[in-house]
Design a protein around this ligand. Structure first.
Ligand code: ADP
Ligand code: MG
Ligand code: MG
Length: 252
């Protein structure tokens, strides 16, 4: 699904990613943890194709395509979803209208028929039900005045509607309360399936109590320095990141 090899990337003239290797198989849920400033969000932004992030080495294969050669919109059309891709507040734009445009743009790019208003409404209702959400956010302007929890709910709903092959959720900067964490975790669990892989970036071990990732990775200083199962997250909770950095130094 995703194969990242030797990825190096700069922000400005500073190298942030320093040779990152990372592989995600179909249907797998991976958690990326790591100290603040280690490059987690940079990695997510590079995958999304965001401006200002310059790749200097390495390769990223996504579902058989050279991801780095694609425009951000093309990446989305191929089934890559980044939660923070749509966090912008759009005061004048109705949330339902916005989602319908996004869904239809992706369908069109895939060669699927665009959904009319009735079919779209039906699909929305079905997905709301799967996620146990109500429709209160849909009539409001996109993210405008949304609380942290509402933004999360909307993000998860966007993911459900866009049906990505690979979803990346960057949860680091948001100071989420326990309810918001539950929304994210329940959403991830409800949308987990054999055709959909997910990468959850977080420094909240608590989130992983609910999600149960297949693999856990530690990113530090622009590289994945340790990978393991969900027990790695527990070990990090207990010992912090220092013990890995220490072990790395000894091994070097
Ligand atoms: P994390 O998400 O792991 O906390 P980031 O990827 O946000 O880490 O940041 C990694 C490093 O890149 C930090 O040193 C940060 O200061 C720097 N950085 C990130 N984005 C920018 C930017 N837009 N301009 C300058 N430096 C940045
Ligand atoms: Mg950070
Ligand atoms: Mg971050």
């Amino acid at each position: 699904m995703l194969s990242v090899k030797g990825l190096k990337a700069n922000v400005g003239d500073k190298e942030i990613l320093k040779g990152l290797d990372f592989t995600v198989g179909p249907g797998e849920v991976h958690a990326i943890m790591g100290p603040n400033g280690s490059g987690k969000s940079t990695f997510a932004h590079v995958l999304s194709g965001r401006e200002g992030y310059e790749v200097t080495a390495g390769s990223v294969d996504f579902d058989g395509h050279d991801l780095l050669a694609l425009e951000p919109e093309e990446r989305a059309q191929m089934g890559l979803f980044l939660a923070f891709q749509y966090p912008v507040e759009l005061p004048g734009v109705n949330n339902t209208y916005f989602l319908k445009s996004a869904v239809n743009a992706i369908r069109k790019a895939r060669g699927d028929e665009e959904l009319d208003a009735v079919s779209f409404l039906r699909l929305m209702k079905e997905r709301l039900k799967v996620l146990h959400l109500d429709d209160s956010l849909l009539k409001r302007p996109v993210n405008f005045g949304f609380s942290g929890g509402e933004k999360k709910r909307n993000e998860i709903f966007q993911m459900a509607m866009l049906e990505p092959k690979l979803a990346i959720l960057d949860e680091t900067d948001s100071g989420l309360d326990i309810d918001a964490l539950r929304i994210v975790a329940d959403g991830v669990n409800a949308l987990r399936c054999a055709e959909r892989s997910m990468i959850v970036v977080t420094h909240y071990q608590r989130l992983l109590d609910y999600i149960q990732p297949d693999h856990v990775h530690v990113l530090a200083h622009g590289r994945i320095i340790r990978s393991g199962g969900k027990e790695l997250a527990l070990e990090l909770e207990e010992k912090g990141y220092g013990w890995i950095a220490g072990a790395e130094a000894e091994a070097a």
